[in-house]
Design a protein around this ligand. Structure first.
Ligand code: B1M
Length: 210
């Protein structure tokens, strides 16, 4: 019988084949997809984060771990999306200029998708100009910006300012998220809301679009 600890350890060691195997076993055993993500896959990635911070793991190892976590998420994703939820709105998600972290953003997208939102994922390293162009093109109900670096989170404010200049700020709700952010920062940069994690991002979108 597979367990979350074994799954977390496989994420930490970047053992993609084992992550897939254990994830599939957990699915077959009827374990909740959200528990597999939160307790197994993200649990492992949190340890990777701590070790990376302490200099016990390095970028290539972190990347391999991140890839294995994503492979596990890909297996679980169809099960979450299959939940019978009504269509809720269109959300555009992107990581801000200069920032190449996309795991959390993709997770947010997946959670939103599972709750019936349609997602336009515009990727990483998205400049304010590009965001504005894409907003005009796709006209989403919500723009969700993500940043994982204290240096890049400042581009959220730049993007919102440019949206104002271009006269499109009132046409879309703006939410922000990412590990270094806070509600205070979100207020300061003029966002409509801040979500600490993927589950809260769903609640926030539900509230903003109610
Ligand atoms: Co980077 N990195 N990284 N990294 N990396 C961090 C963020 C860091 C905290 C590590 C550390 O030092 N402890 C640190 C940032 C320090 C800071 O600014 N305060 C850091 C650094 C310094 C760097 C580099 C500069 C390292 C270097 O090159 N010297 C470099 C920068 C590259 C760049 O972006 N220009 C870099 C590179 C990388 C990799 C490419 C190797 C890789 C990213 C791979 C990828 O994303 N495809 C990577 C990783 C994996 C991490 C850590 C280890 C893990 C991040 C992650 O994916 N977490 C991270 C350390 C850590 O977080 N402990 C670290 C799992 C993910 C599920 O969580 O993204 O927080 P998170 O998302 C959560 C919430 O924040 C929230 O919901 C998610 C799920 O609950 N959320 C939102 C996220 N986005 C949201 C959006 C929303 C709402 C909620 O609405 C729109």
């Amino acid at each position: 019988m597979a367990n979350f600890e074994e799954l977390s350890k496989s994420v930490i060691s970047g053992n993609l084949a084992k992550v897939k195997k254990i994830t599939q076993t957990l699915i077959d055993e009827g374990v909740s997809p959200l528990d597999i993500i939160n307790q197994g896959l993200i649990g492992g990635m949190s340890v990777v984060g701590a070790r990376f911070k302490n200099g016990e793991m390095f970028v290539p190892e972190v990347l391999v771990a991140a890839r294995s976590m994503t492979a596990g998420i890909e297996l679980v994703k169809p099960l979450i999306s299959a939940e019978n939820m009504p269509s809720a709105g269109k959300v555009m998600l992107g990581t801000v200029k200069g920032d190449l972290h996309d795991i959390g953003k993709n997770l947010v997208g997946m959670m939103l998708e599972s709750r019936g939102y349609s997602i336009i994922n515009v990727g990483m390293d998205v400049s304010p100009e590009k965001f504005v162009q894409l907003l005009k093109e796709h006209k989403p109900d919500v723009l969700g910006m993500c940043a994982l670096l204290t240096t890049t989170m400042l581009h959220m404010k730049d993007t919102i300012e440019l949206m104002k200049e271009e006269g499109i700020r009132d046409q879309v709700k703006v939410i922000v998220g990412g590990a270094p952010l806070s509600q205070d920062f979100a207020d300061e940069c003029g966002a409509d809301g801040y979500a600490q994690d993927a589950g809260s991002a769903v609640d926030l979108c539900n509230r903003l679009l109610a």
